[in-house]
Design a protein around this ligand. Structure first.
Ligand code: NDP
Length: 245
């Protein structure tokens, strides 16, 4: 796809689900991808598969809650490939629960990964983009960035925050830096594994057992935004399974 070949794309949370699909799809389209997450064994396997298919990929262990780690991750992309064109803030978790279950540690964890992790990504990549006056953020939110339901209060709050951050950032940065928000509906991934309440986890799995989007559908949305000419900034893409209204 024109507009993707040769681009250097760093992806957080690339060890499974949507992040992995973005890495595989963009590498297949000729991007040079840099994968980050904590599960290094997964990253190694994905990078090996991309390389075996003729793609270019490297990985670095990454914890997005650690500012220095995220800085080192963005800089690693530049060290490996000489530049950084796209930074995908994808890492996230979704330990759904009712507020009056007081899973305070999980609230903190969601805020640390889903919100602070994105801010760390911006702080790491924006100076690189500003120095060359070009670059693109792709921030993965959720349909929960505009919708709240029981058990999703804190998760949705983190995604509302990322939507606000994305909109503000887009208006603050120079004219040549792009900010794209991609909001997936229910998608095949390991996300439900982060729900600690067994009954709620079962409910979530059953509720979304059918009509899940393949992770590749979100990867295609990201590819669409990244492939646009430099003067076209796709601000938002919302992707839902057709059967879910
Ligand atoms: P997965 O659980 O499959 O992937 C989550 C990724 O985030 C993993 O690669 C995980 O890697 C990474 N991650 C978690 N914590 C950290 C951390 N501290 N530092 C670095 N990486 C971390 O779920 P999805 O693919 O579904 O999730 C990706 C994004 O998509 C999330 O932001 C999620 O909110 C969003 N989303 C998902 C939807 C769905 O239905 N699946 C719907 C809407 C939005 P590791 O554990 O190796 O660190």
């Amino acid at each position: 796809m024109d507009g993707i070949k040769g681009k250097v794309v760093a992806i957080t949370g690339a060890s499974s689900g949507i992040g992995e699909a973005i890495a595989r799809h963009l590498a297949g389209l000729g991007a040079r991808v840099v994968l980050g997450a904590r599960r290094v064994d997964n990253l190694k396997g994905i990078v090996a598969a991309i390389s075996a298919d003729g793609g270019q990929a490297v990985y670095k262990k990454l914890d997005v809650t650690d500012t220095e780690d995220v800085l080192a991750f963005a800089n690693y992309a530049v060290e490996q490939y000489g530049t950084l064109d796209v930074f995908v803030n994808n890492a996230g978790l979704m330990p759904l629960s009712m507020v009056n279950n007081y899973k305070v540690a999980e609230w903190h964890r969601m805020i640390d990964v889903n919100v602070k992790g994105v801010l760390h990504g911006i702080a790491a990549a924006l100076p690189i983009f500003e120095a060359k006056d070009s670059g693109q953020f792709v921030n993965i939110t959720s349909v929960g960035d505009r919708w709240v339901g029981p058990t999703s209060t804190v998760y949705s709050a983190t995604k509302f925050a990322v939507r606000a951050i994305s909109d503000g950032l887009r208006q603050e940065v120079s004219g040549n830096i792009r900010v794209t928000l991609v909001a997936p509906g229910p998608t095949e991934s390991e996300l439900a594994e982060t729900i600690s309440d067994p009954a709620l986890k079962q409910l979530a799995i059953e509720k979304f057992r059918t009509d899940l989007l393949p992770a590749a559908a979100i990867a295609r949305a990201v590819a669409y935004a990244v492939s646009q000419p430099a003067d076209v900034d796709v601000n938002e893409i919302v992707v839902r399974p057709t059967a879910q209204k």
